[in-house]
Write a protein that binds this ligand. Structure first.
Ligand code: GLU
Length: 381
């Protein structure tokens, strides 16, 4: 794949991180924001559909409230509430210069995890694009529960930062390209801020575990970092989208990307073409239930693409209802797939380790032979 392949893409999600929306001194990078707006307006005028995922609300609110820290109950949420309208006013005013209408969309994990909300969000976003509006998305920090660990108690949430959020949006809308702009040039063989010998990687063919291991912790100010960007790249490339991680501090970077300049690290789509439903099962839902399975079941799922049968289940953790998505883990607790359960947690406990033929005898009824049907399993590795 070549950089000129970007030129023909139609639907693009662009994620702007906290660190590119402010200068090193913490002040809003007004001229950079306006340059993004100018570049994006050019894309829209060329007939491309652009969705922006923007951070920056917490930072702007913190500045306005003259706070030194966002630690403490409700402070980050309060900063986001103050900062979000200021953030939007930059986009609203900037795009008005190009006669482009914008829309604000604030999302929480539940908007993806609850399927009816997910489908409704998709309809709305598609309608906005049809109306030539640029949707501007951010996490709804004021009501999001992701930082309240006691409420979540063991739940794996579908996103907790804007990198993953942008990948979920790209996935939901079948976007052709996701561009993640932050203050780093792209992916290196190790952290270039710590290791001067780190080598730049210009292209990644497959986001495997070796690549995922190159991701280190969070960036300053934002919640994401290279780790979350690589996870985002994994999801998008698995359904057939392209991904570019590039440095948003390069002047007019978006324009340069679409002029086929060789910038950033490009991630090439796999040929899996993961269906919409499989994407939702694997990545877009919050997960609380867990099924620990034996090696035979793991192998059957990953290598032979089979369903999950009760005989392969060693342990059932947490409570879940029939139809909910659960995590499928191996004997070491390593999650390797997710799937939609045909039986609830209590039923799974009763039939675990037994043959499917015995389900009727044990439960007194049998709706399915499998705990999870193959069509409802998404491999994660
Ligand atoms: N939603 C946060 C904000 O607007 C940023 C989250 C992130 O950095 O991923 O400030």
């Amino acid at each position: 794949m070549q950089r000129k392949d970007f030129i023909d893409v139609k639907r693009i999600v662009i994620k702007l991180g906290t660190n590119v929306l402010r200068n090193d001194d913490g002040e809003v990078a007004v001229s950079r924001i306006y340059s993004f707006i100018e570049d994006i307006s050019n894309l829209v005028k060329q007939g491309k559909e652009v969705i922006i995922v923007t951070s920056g609300a917490v930072g702007l609110g913190k500045k306005k409230l003259e706070l030194v820290s966002t630690e403490g109950d409700g402070i980050k949420q309060a900063c986001a509430a103050v900062g979000q309208s200021r953030l939007m006013s930059y986009y609203e005013n900037g795009f008005a210069n190009y006669d482009i209408t914008v829309a604000q969309i604030l999302l929480t994990e539940d908007d993806f995890s609850l399927r009816h909300r997910y489908l409704s969000l998709r309809t709305t976003l598609n309608k906005l694009l049809e109306l030539n509006v640029v949707p501007i998305i951010n996490q709804n920090d004021t009501v999001s529960t992701i930082e309240l660990n006691d409420i979540l108690s063991g739940m794996q949430v579908c996103f907790s930062d804007n990198d993953k959020l942008s990948a979920l949006v790209a996935s939901e809308l079948d976007a052709d390209l996701l561009i993640l702009l932050s203050d780093i040039n792209g992916l290196y063989t190790s952290n270039p801020k710590e290791n001067p010998d780190a080598e730049f990687i210009r292209e990644v063919e497959c986001v495997n575990n070796e690549i995922l291991d190159l991701g280190t912790g969070a960036s300053d100010g934002g919640r994401g970092g290279m780790k979350t960007k690589l996870e985002a790249a994994k999801l998008v490339t698995r359904f057939g989208g392209k991904v570019l991680i590039a440095n948003g501090k390069i002047p007019y970077v978006i324009n340069k990307i679409f002029s086929a300049e060789e910038l950033g690290t490009m991630f090439i789509p796999t040929n899996e073409n993961l269906s919409g439903k499989k994407r939702w099962i694997g990545y877009a839902t919050n997960v609380i239930g867990k099924l620990v399975v034996n090696e035979g079941a793991k192998k059957a799922i990953l290598e032979n693409c089979t369903s999950l049968l009760p005989i392969g289940i060693i342990e059932v953790q947490n409570e879940f209802k029939q139809g909910e998505v659960v995590s499928i883990c191996d004997e070491n607790g390593e999650e390797f797939a997710r799937g939609m359960a045909n039986y609830n947690s209590e039923e799974c406990r009763q039939i675990a380790g037994n043959h499917s033929d015995d389900i009727l005898k044990i439960l007194g009824y049998k709706n399915y032979d499998t705990i999870i049907s193959r069509d409802n399993i998404t491999d994660l590795i």
